[in-house]
Structure formats: C-alpha cells, structure tokens
Design a protein around this ligand. Structure first.
Ligand code: SF4
Length: 197
C-alpha cells in the first residue's frame, strides 16, 4: 500500500554530521579502488546507469582535482513501532535522497565562485528514472545530465571505513532475520578551495 507523505515523515528522524579534510588525506586513508570497484561490478546498475561506473573519464584522477572534501553522514532512525523493511525503508531513502541531492547541488553552485570549482557526490545511484528505464541501457543520452552525480563508492572510496573512521558510525546491513536499527547515507562536496564555507 502506498504511504502518504505525512506517514513517511512520521516514520523516522534524521541526524546529520559533517567532517572536513584535505582531499589528499581522504584519498590516502579511505580509497581502495580495486576492491570497491569489484563490488560495483557485481551490481545490476554497473554499466546500466549514467551515474554509475564505468565512466568515460578518469575516475581515479577526478578527486585529485579538488583540495578539500566535506563529508556528510545522514543517519535515519525509524520512529517507535516502525521496522525498517524494504517496504518502509525505500520511500524514506528516496525522500531523504531528494532532499540531500537538492541541498548538495545548491551547495555545489554556491561553492563554485570564480577560481574555484566544486562537485557533489550523492549517497548512492541515480533515483531519477526507474532503473529499467535508464537510457544508458540503450546507449541514449541521460534524461537529466545536470542532476546526476557519482557516489563516493563509485570512485573507489570505502563508505563503511569512512562512516566508522570519521563519524563513529558502523553501517548496518539488511538481513532477513534482523532488520537494521538505522540507515546511513554518505554524501559529500569536494571543493578546489579549502572548505565548503
Ligand atoms: S536521470 Fe535517468 S537516464 Fe539519467 S542516469 Fe538517472 S536513471 Fe539514467
């Protein structure tokens, strides 16, 4: 049964934490390109979504073009009486991704002052079209190229190591027996200057 926006809003609360560091430090401590890319290759969206690898640019060189990265951990905790199942979690994740992606694109625009560039990284794959309708499957151009961004994991960064090492948050994985107690979304903004502020 489809949930109303009010029901989705009442089903969870959100806590956010930011961490900032030089990009070179983040690359040295948290990128494990070969291993993480191996996980991407096992995903059905690999090569089937324009936001996902493989890319037509050098994704190992891309982060090195930025001086600093601001990482945002968003922890979603279900309200009392709500169990996180695919049915309850999917609309919550979609709603939070829409909010976060909008916010990050705005920050990206505002950070891109003269002589500086900025790039947002979203917390996962593209959610703008149903996966089976992504135009990459037919080799046609993306419907919304201005609104898609890669995720950190798509560029080889270890999300679990990032959330535990920088935020003290252990990722919880979905399992048939034990639903997760919370969900964590990791997004970021890279800047050619030193800070997002
Ligand atoms: S906006 Fe649509 S066409 Fe573009 S990457 Fe996302 S799903 Fe694919």
């Amino acid at each position: 049964m489809e949930r109303t926006m009010q029901e989705i809003t009442a089903a969870y609360s959100v806590q956010e934490q930011w961490a900032e560091m030089p990009m070179a430090e983040y690359i040295a401590g948290y990128r494990d390109f070969g291993r993480v890319r191996g996980y991407c290759r096992e995903c059905s969206r690999y090569g089937n979504c324009w936001a996902c690898p493989p890319y037509d640019f050098d994704e190992t060189a891309l982060p090195e073009g930025y001086a600093a990265i601001s990482l945002l951990a968003t922890v979603i905790t279900p309200s009392e009486g709500v169990t996180l199942t695919p049915e309850t979690a999917d609309p919550i994740i979609r709603r939070e991704r829409e909010r976060l992606d909008r916010m990050l694109l705005k920050m990206e625009r505002e950070a891109a002052v003269p002589a500086h560039t900025a790039m947002a990284f979203f917390a996962g794959t593209c959610l703008l079209c149903p996966p089976e309708h992504c135009t990459r499957r037919e080799g046609r151009p993306c419907h919304h190229p201005e609104s898609i961004r890669p995720s950190l994991e798509a560029l080889g960064f270890d999300v679990a190591r990032t959330t535990s090492g920088l935020f003290g948050i252990d990722l919880q994985w979905d399992s048939p027996d034990t639903p997760p107690a919370y969900l964590t979304l990791l997004s970021a903004l890279a800047c050619s200057g030193h800070s997002r502020f």
